[in-house]
Structures are given as structure tokens and as C-alpha cells.
Write a protein that binds this ligand. Structure first.
Ligand code: AMP
Ligand code: ZN
Length: 485
């Protein structure tokens, strides 16, 4: 498998430290608010990566932190404390906020078929491990105390800008404007490992430490939690592109200074989902969440498909038009799968091998998910039996997780119900070129009943009512068809 590595700036043949095993670490959410669909784009693409590695036969251990302490609103140790901000906004305690938004995050993940990582660890559960790592960094001379805080000394490193050697600005995505200078820092890029002198007098969560009562910096949690569960060597570390600097740069600095050797081989960064204003925001404009999309009638699978149709290393612009296109694609795809007949008999192994090759070739090429989606159509078009096609679609969906077979089964049941309807009422109602709509069909049956009872005024009233909703009724012998305009 060829995978783009942000460290080398090129695609590389994927390899692991231990044969057949992948240690995969993912930066988890900061749980002070709902995740927006931009955050979830990163988690969807990371989910496909994990599932494809498993599909390819690797034994994967995936670890994710939950940031419930230490993340300030600027990634460079300045601004407000995000958790405290969330707690104040909702008049709750920091831990209540953390629990609520952690649950909300995993509920969104479930809707989007994002598998829960093998290990999910809140930062507040690992304070002793952070203290240990910071102490080792102090002992080794990579950290210093100043003004009551502990800082990492970036001047002690041979190389700091690991993701981009020359153009620091390119990496400044995560750093907000108006950065306040911290006069305790010896070097501009030094960062806080442990705060005791916080400007937040009402800092809610504090722990005792050898340097005084305080709380950890944001970056230390990922280095420490990754090492705790994955050991000294990581195969892949994931995150959105805004995490590359300073967060991942600082993670590498701390981890390699602590371990004394190279830490992680592959860095997988997902580019951003942007809205029409250029940036996805939790505070400005429409706050795009999975629940909002659901409330507008979109199946979360449609958003997953929307994401899979573009490459993770490209910025993606979210529009409702784009989402509508994905919805149509999804409905048509499901209708075609629903038309396949499972049947009895052996599978066409030769066809399976040929089609599998195409699917794997797409994902082996730096996780080209849009081509992997195209390979679903290759299956549908292939000259083989339906049973083989269904088996393959189910297999590919272990990676793509678009609920293909379940949605097709539901569609089949819906069609069956529509076909059985005349037997029940002696009156057939058929959707034409649109999704079956139970509420509309009930109204059409009510109109037929009114006509039968010679209540033509009521029948006309129902026709007009449906017309106002954009539904056109076409009377046919023994029933009616309807279209949505
Ligand atoms: P946070 O909750 O802010 O710590 O972010 C959670 C994850 O979402 C991180 O991996 C971020 O890099 C990622 N992320 C943030 N904004 C976006 C976006 N607009 N598009 C894709 N990923 C994002
Ligand atoms: Zn992290």
C-alpha cells in the first residue's frame, strides 16, 4: 500500500515496525462543544484507513485520546481554556461538559459508522503519566521551569520544523492571530508542558505535581497516551491538517526527546472541510453538525458518501448542492443493489478476484476512496450472478461502511410493501421517479375512499392539498401513480 507521509512529503510504501501489526494513534476531539462535520470528515477518513488496514490483514491497535483539559483556544498556549469556556457557556462543570460532549461525539460517530477505537482515553485519566514524562524531559535537559510553568526547550532539538523545513507560515494553520507573547519562554516555539501559573484564576481542574498545583499542556497528552498504550514505536499517527503545527510538531519533539529515538513512521493528515466562508466554525454562521443535517432530512450515510467521493488530501468545500448530489447518488446506488436477487448457488470466485483487485488498487493508492466507490459500480456492471455481486458489495462495505446491504434490504422491504398494498386495499399506489412516501400514499388512499363514497368535494380538496405539496396524482386502472415535482 502506498500512503502519503507528511514527514517525507511523498507517498511511501507502507511498512510496520512489527510484521502484521499496526499501532495507530488518532488525536481525539476537544469535548467542549459538538463536533462539526469538518471534524467528522477527519474521523471518517481515518476510519476508512483503519478498516482498510484490517481488510488488508493487519492486526490494528487504534488509540484515541479525549481532550478534556489543557487545550487553549489558540493551539500555541494562548487564548481561553476551551473546556472552561464550554462550562461557562452552559453553566455546568467542566467534567459535565466533557461527559456530555464525549457522548455526543460517539453518538455522531455511530451514526456515521465510524468505529470506536480500541482504546479511548480521556486526558484527565492519565495525569500521573504526564507528570512522569515531564519529569524525564526535565531530567534530560529538554525542559525548564520559568515563572512557575514547565516549558519544553525547542532549542535543544536538532530539528524542530519536522513537517516543513523552510516555510513556517505554511504550518501556522492552527495558530490564531493576535498571539500573546509569553515572556517566560526562552525561544519563540517553546511550549508549556505543565501550567501552575495560569491566567485562569477559576481553572476548574488542577492536580498536584512536583512543580506545584496545576494542569498539563495540550500536547503532552497525546505523546503520553500514545506511549502508554502503543509502546515506544508508533506506525501511524492521524489528525486533521491543522494539527500538524504546532500540535504534532510538539508531540514529536516531546516523544523523541523522551524516548531517545524516532517515534512514529507515518503521519496521516486529513485536509479540511470548509464552508462557503472558507472555514468551518463552531461560533460563526450555521454550526454544521450531523444532527443539523438529519433535521434537514439527510441520512448520515449521505454525508459519509460525500466525504468518500473526494480524496482526503484535498480541501473539500461543503455545499448543500454537493450534499444533494451525494443523496441522489446514494439513493440510486441503493436502488440498484436492491434490485439484485440473492438466490442460491456458488460464488463466482474468478469475478470476485478480478473485482477485488480494482477495489484494492484504488485504496492501495494513498486511500483513493472515490475510486473505491467507483469500484462498487464495476461490481454492479460486471457479467456475473447477483449473489456474487451482493457478496462483494458486502465485503467492500466492511471498509466503506455505507450500510449498502442494510439500506438495500430496507428498500426491498419497502417495494414489497408497496406491491402488497393492492391486496390490502384493492387500490394500488405507485411512486413514480420518487421515493415512496407513506404520508402521501395515505392521503391518496383517503382520496380514493372519498371518491368511492361520492364525496367528490373532499376528493378534490385532497388532490389540491397534495398539489400544493408538489405531488401530482395520475389515476390509473385500480389505483393511482404519483410524482413529486
Ligand atoms: P478538535 O476537536 O478541535 O481537537 O478537532 C478534532 C479533529 O478535527 C482534529 O483532528 C482536527 O485536526 C480536525 N479538524 C478540525 N477542523 C477541521 C475541518 N474543518 N476539516 C477537517 N478536520 C478538521
Ligand atoms: Zn494529539
Amino acid at each position: 500500500m502506498q500512503l502519503y507521509n507528511s514527514l517525507s512529503h511523498k507517498k511511501e510504501e507502507f511498512y510496520t515496525n512489527e510484521p502484521g501489526k499496526v499501532k495507530l494513534y488518532t488525536c481525539g476531539p476537544t469535548v467542549y462543544h459538538f463536533a462539526h462535520i469538518g471534524n467528522l470528515r477527519s474521523y471518517i477518513m481515518e476510519d476508512v484507513l483503519e478498516k482498510y488496514l484490517r481488510y488488508s490483514g493487519y492486526d490494528v491497535l487504534r488509540v484515541m485520546n479525549i481532550t478534556d483539559v489543557g487545550h487553549l483556544s489558540s493551539d500555541a498556549d494562548t487564548g481561553e481554556d476551551k473546556m472552561l469556556k464550554g462550562a461557562k457557556r452552559e453553566h455546568k462543570t467542566v467534567m459535565e461538559i466533557a461527559q456530555y460532549y464525549t457522548d455526543a461525539f460517539f453518538s455522531d460517530c455511530e451514526k456515521l459508522n465510524i468505529k470506536r477505537p480500541d482504546v479511548v482515553e480521556p486526558a484527565t485519566h492519565c495525569i500521573p503519566e504526564f507528570i512522569h514524562m515531564i519529569q524525564v524531559l526535565l531530567d534530560k535537559g529538554y525542559a525548564y521551569l520559568a515563572g512557575g510553568n514547565v516549558y519544553f526547550d525547542t532549542s535543544k532539538l536538532k530539528e524542530y520544523y519536522v513537517f516543513n523545513k523552510h516555510e513556517e507560515e505554511d504550518l501556522m494553520v492552527g495558530v490564531r492571530e493576535g498571539v500573546e507573547e509569553d515572556s517566560n519562554k526562552r525561544n519563540k516555539n517553546d511550549f508549556v508542558l505543565w501550567f501552575t501559573k495560569s491566567k485562569f484564576e477559576d481553572q476548574a481542574l488542577k492536580w498536584d505535581s512536583p512543580w506545584g498545583v496545576g494542569y498539563p499542556g495540550w500536547h503532552i497528552e497525546c505523546s503520553s497516551i500514545a506511549t502508554k498504550y502503543c509502546g515506544e514505536y508508533l506506525d501511524i499517527h492521524c489528525g486533521g491538517i491543522d494539527n500538524a503545527f504546532p500540535h504534532h510538531t510538539n508531540e514529536i519533539a516531546q516523544s523523541e526527546a523522551y524516548l531517545g529515538h524516532k517515534w512514529c513512521n507515518f503521519w496521516f493528515h486529513v485536509l479540511h472541510l470548509n464552508d462557503s466562508t472558507g472555514k468551518m466554525s463552531k461560533s460563526k454562521g450555521e454550526f454544521l453538525t450531523v444532527s443539523l443535517l438529519e433535521s434537514k432530512g439527510y441520512d448520515p450515510m449521505v454525508y459519509r458518501l460525500f466525504c468518500l467521493q473526494s480524496h482526503y488530501r484535498r480541501n473539500l468545500v461543503f455545499t448543500y448542492e454537493g450534499l444533494d448530489n451525494a443523496a441522489v447518488t446514494y439513493q440510486k446506488l441503493i436502488a440498484r443493489i436492491a434490485a439484485l436477487q440473492p438466490g442460491e448457488g456458488p460464488l463466482d470466485e474468478a469475478a470476485m478476484a478480478a473485482l477485488r483487485e480494482r477495489f484494492k488498487a484504488a485504496l492501495d493508492n494513498d486511500l483513493n476512496t472515490s475510486l473505491a466507490v467507483t469500484s462498487l459500480y464495476d461490481v454492479l456492471k460486471y457479467q456475473t450472478d447477483d449473489r456474487t455481486k451482493l457478496a462483494l458489495l458486502g465485503e467492500f462495505d466492511q471498509v466503506l461502511s455505507l450500510n449498502l446491504l442494510q439500506a438495500a434490504e430496507a428498500k426491498r422491504a419497502e417495494l414489497k410493501k408497496a406491491a402488497a398494498a393492492p391486496a390490502a386495499g384493492g387500490f394500488t399506489v405507485i411512486p413514480e421517479g420518487c421515493e415512496a412516501d407513506e404520508a402521501v400514499e395515505d392521503r391518496i388512499r383517503a382520496r380514493a375512499d372519498a371518491k368511492k363514497a361520492k364525496n367528490f368535494a373532499e376528493a378534490d380538496r385532497i388532490r389540491d392539498e397534495l398539489k400544493a405539496l408538489g405531488v401530482e396524482i395520475i389515476d390509473i386502472p385500480g389505483g393511482a401513480k404519483y410524482k413529486k415535482n
